[in-house]
Design a binder for this molecule. Structure first.
Ligand SMILES: Cc1cc2nc3c(=O)[nH]c(=O)nc-3n(C[C@H](O)[C@H](O)[C@H](O)COP(=O)(O)OP(=O)(O)OC[C@H]3O[C@@H](n4cnc5c(N)ncnc54)[C@H](O)[C@@H]3O)c2cc1C
Length: 398
């Protein structure tokens, strides 16, 4: 197959669909901001409008109520939203969880969840980080104990975004403890498992953690005490969850990269418009000064390269390439995209002078969103570790 850099018909369709579904919200940004940030309301009307385009059905085949356009289409859609200053963390989380269920779930599970995820009727969050197991997933302690046809899950997850509004949480835990694995000489990747859990189930307590970085969405400490989950909600095999986990972490990194590309473009557009209009010396706009135009031109150039990396990662996932290869591409895209987003916001702020900090332009808020992407869903350091070890073949330091 020859190399082709043109977007396909479905990709252009999804870009157009995003622009169109946002039309009713144009000019309502202030009202939306007030409702999301001050009244802390989930923007259900925005969610419904976005889901009505089929964005959440992109990673889901028609057989399960989706449109099967693939993760690349989903990434292009997420980027198109972010480019216009819109988005929602639960879009990324629901799509990544759907990809995981599709690749690892039973037929019954796919029938049960995927159609509702495709339509947007069901929102998913992702429960992975633990207070003592951040970057090191193998230190996961949350434990699922078999109890007849069910499992009883106990443990804690932290920083879980949107656990209050999500209908379900894809949860990582252990079905064999780390200690038991060590005693039996089993590899550290053994013993993990993924479950679908209702965050409102008895035995779950959600404690909000005041956190910045994702506008309008709350992060929670999720405390689980003998939460009863049917074995039919185990995604994949007990103890074998490590591989399944990467079927959700890779799409998450790709969609995070896509949203970072969109955020960079949004900030670039704001900066370019302002640089063309603002004149401080004579009538010459500040965009004529190379001190202003060159940093923006650099962002423009880097954006194209990061977008290509992101598309290649999504394409590799859609081609069902081996998770190690997809992981390498996803990590590189996520690394580069988050670095670029921080740069793009910073340069937009510099271009806007004092207005870079004004509520009216709101660019300063994007700094938190961009900066978060260097830490979550995976930190830049852990990506460099991965690339150094798995791509370059260098020894591990930890
Ligand atoms: C706003 C927000 C939303 C989030 N939403 C979710 C969510 O929905 N679900 C979820 O599961 N998690 C979520 N997280 C958690 C997030 O994924 C983690 O914070 C992130 O993965 C880093 O883990 P940690 O905070 O435990 O950092 P740590 O693992 O403690 O790392 C601290 C620092 O040390 C560095 N470091 C650690 N180990 C190494 C090493 N071997 N080599 C080099 N450097 C290293 C890290 O890169 C980092 O800079 C969210 C976090 C935030 C802030």
């Amino acid at each position: 197959m020859s190399l082709n850099f043109n977007l396909g018909e479905e990709h252009v369709l999804i870009q157009d669909a995003m622009a169109k579904c946002l039309e009713p919200f144009r000019g309502r940004q202030e009202e939306l901001k007030q409702s999301i940030l001050v009244e802390r309301k989930f923007p259900q009307d925005l969610w419904d409008a976005i889901c009505a385009t089929g964005l959440m059905g992109a990673v889901i085949p028609e057989k399960y109520g989706g449109n099967g356009m693939g993760l690349l289409s989903c990434a292009i859609g997420i980027e198109a939203l972010a480019e216009r200053g819109f988005g929602n963390a639960l879009l990324v989380l629901t799509a990544m969880d759907a990809a995981c269920i599709l690749r690892n779930g039973t037929e019954e599970m796919k029938q049960k969840y995927l159609p509702k995820m495709a339509s947007g009727e069901m929102k998913f969050c992702f429960g992975h980080t633990e207070p003592d197991a951040g970057s090191n997933a193998f230190r996961t302690r949350t434990f699922a104990k078999k109890d007849g046809d069910d499992y009883l899950i106990s443990g804690q997850k932290t920083f879980i975004t949107g656990a209050d509004v999500a209908d379900r949480m894809l949860l990582t835990c252990r079905t064999t403890s780390r200690e038991a694995c060590a005693e039996q000489g089993l590899p550290k990747a053994f013993g993990l498992a993924l479950f679908i859990v209702d965050p409102k189930a008895p035995g779950i307590e959600l404690r909000p953690i005041p956190t910045r970085g994702i506008e309008g969405m709350t992060q929670f400490l999720v405390h689980m005490d003998n939460v009863r989950v049917p074995a039919s909600d185990l995604v994949g095999e007990p103890d074998m969850g490590a591989m399944a986990l990467f079927n959700s972490l890779n799409p998450e990194r790709i969609l995070a990269a896509a949203s970072a590309c969109g955020l960079s473009k949004h900030c670039l557009d704001i900066a370019v418009k302002y640089a063309n209009e603002r004149a401080v010396f004579k009538e010459r706009p500040i965009g004529a000064y190379q001190a202003i135009s060159h940093p923006l031109a650099q962002v423009r150039i880097e954006l194209d390269s990061v977008r290509l990396l992101t598309h290649r990662a999504a394409w590799a996932f859609d081609q069902d390439m081996n998770p190690g290869t997809v992981g390498n591409y996803s990590n590189m895209a996520k690394y580069q995209a988050s670095e670029l987003a921080v740069k793009a916001v910073d340069r937009a702020i510099q271009t806007l002078g004092g207005y870079g900090f004004s509520e009216e332009y709101g660019v300063i808020y994007y700094y938190e969103a961009a900066r978060l992407l260097r830490t979550a869903p995976i930190s830049s350091e852990m990506i460099l570790n991965f690339v150094a070890e798995h791509d370059l073949g260098l020894p591990r330091s930890y």
